[in-house]
Ligand binder design. Structure first.
Ligand code: BGP
Length: 478
């Protein structure tokens, strides 16, 4: 590899999650998942989780973009773009409809077998997230979600089944999507979908959140160990939402506050990559009088199950100000975050900062010296077709150009090891935070709308051809 070039085996591709694309929520023996009881929202974050399925509500995930029946057509389009890999998740409730059964659902397993075969037909490597903001609804209603230790065993059983079944088809895995979003436990959407727990109803919500996390850390580590035993070639990563927190100013208080605030991000990668709880969190628990219940073997499980790489999503950075702490100012869920005057903001208030990607890659690589995989990045926008019906999404191209440029700098100039780049929502899908179709990310447009109208027809946006050229040139032509 010449110094300025990306490695030949760089994994270009795209990313989605089962519940945001598949639809087919009650087909092939699938059980109800937490995502299936999540109604659509309006412009903003106000999605509602109901106790059951109520007539008259729109549950966008029930249909999503019907990848369940369109996957062959969609994968052919991914192949046309030259994808080397495709990141999606397995819907746990397709495999174990209720989550606590002893035997898996064969029809669900077969669906992923067929989908993976279709990918492999084009030499596209599946990159699989085991848990992407969903779990069987039965585990929520009957067990109380991840607060219950039994869910650890159910998750290990599910993971073992799929890792064995697909051991010759899937090499790249990730355990929990954006596990650090659990930290946004005050936002019911994130708290509930990540864990199945309504933290606001807990006596001590923050302690409950750490208890949930402990269970997920243990489950993740156990699955990493198990996966390596099933196939030593497996690459099993963790996955964090990387929103770097900058000090708002060079006031030492801001600098110190930003460093402390970054623990919110690092805690997750620290435990996954080092296999033990860092001292800053142990001190914090002690200060707050938290009692996190752990079993005697847990420490060893964490040590034995360090992840192979860090998968990260990167959409934005935030700035934090020590003085704003406690004022209620919170962008992206972090107390003390304030608008950064040097960056622009998307329509949804996400602060666009390509340099922040290079910065993030560097801080993570310096900390662990382990490969990184950018498994989400992209620009959510309301796409409007021109007179000929074409979407000229130059704004999306500009966003990705700038981010890929910074990724390349991190790799070729700084020497950071990045395995691949899979932009989020490579095909339009249901937006997680808003529950809308209209917040789109895709290279491929899907004719489906917030009022539930649309034909599901797929068409290529301008970015489709642009990304095809990026991949063909291995990132030389941006
Ligand atoms: C990440 C999630 C994805 C995805 C993305 C974009 O947090 O892992 O599931 O949806 O963000 O967010 P949104 O769809 O809300 O714009």
């Amino acid at each position: 590899m010449k110094q300025h070039q990306l490695p030949k085996d760089f994994l270009w591709g795209g990313a989605v999650a089962a519940h945001q694309v598949e639809g087919g929520w009650d087909q092939g023996g699938k059980g109800i998942s937490i995502a299936d009881v999540l109604t659509g929202g309006r412009h903003g974050v106000d999605r509602v989780i109901t106790d059951g399925i109520i007539d008259g509500y729109l549950y966008p995930n029930h249909q999503a973009v019907d990848f369940y029946s369109h996957y062959k057509q969609d994968i052919a389009l991914f192949a046309e773009m030259g994808f080397k890999c495709f990141r999606t998740s397995i819907a746990w409730s397709r495999i174990f409809p209720k989550g606590d059964e002893l035997q898996p659902n064969e029809a669900g397993l077969q669906f992923y077998d067929d989908m993976f075969d279709e990918l492999l037909k084009y030499n596209i490597q599946p990159v699989i997230t085991l848990s992407h903001f969903e779990m069987p609804w039965h585990l929520v209603t009957e067990y109380g979600g991840w607060k219950n230790r039994k869910v650890v065993d159910f998750f290990i059983r599910y993971s073992e089944v799929v890792m064995r079944r697909y051991q010759h088809k899937v090499k790249y895995w990730m355990t929990f999507n954006e596990i650090n979003n659990q930290r946004n436990y005050k936002t019911p959407l994130f708290g509930y979908c990540c864990s199945g727990v309504i933290f606001n109803q807990e006596e001590n919500p923050e302690q409950a959140m750490y208890q949930v996390l402990h269970h997920q850390f243990v489950a993740s580590a156990a699955v990493v160990k198990l996966g390596h035993a099933i196939n030593p070639e497996f690459q099993i990563g963790c996955m964090i939402a990387c929103v770097p927190l900058y000090p708002y100013s060079c006031n030492p208080d801001d600098v110190m506050y930003a460093q402390e605030a970054m623990h919110e991000r690092f805690l997750f990668s620290d435990v996954h990559m080092r296999g033990y709880y860092p001292s800053y969190i142990l001190r914090e628990w002690e200060r707050k009088g938290f009692d996190i219940v752990m079993e005697p073997q847990d420490a060893q499980t964490l040590r034995d199950g360090c992840a192979d790489y860090i998968g990260l999503s990167y959409y934005m950075s935030n700035a934090v100000q020590a003085n704003a702490k406690g004022t209620g100012s919170a962008l992206s869920g972090f107390e003390g975050s304030v608008p950064n005057p040097y960056v622009k903001t998307s329509e949804w208030g996400w602060q666009i900062d390509p340099v922040g990607l290079r910065y993030s890659l560097n801080i993570l690589y310096e900390r662990y010296q382990k490969p990184l995989f950018i498994v989400e990045n992209g620009f959510g926008a309301i796409d409007k077709p021109d007179a000929s019906g074409k979407i000229n999404d130059d704004y999306r191209i500009a966003y990705m150009q700038a981010h890929i440029e910074q990724m390349k700098k991190a790799m070729t100039y700084d020497g950071v090891e990045v395995m691949g780049y899979t932009p989020w929502g490579c095909i339009d899908c249901v937006s997680f935070t808003t529950g809308q179709y209209s917040k789109r990310y895709g290279f491929i447009y899907v004719d489906k709308h917030d009022d539930n109208s649309g034909t599901m027809k797929r068409s290529k946006k301008a970015s489709f051809d642009w990304f095809r050229k990026v991949i063909a040139s291995n990132g030389e032509t941006l």
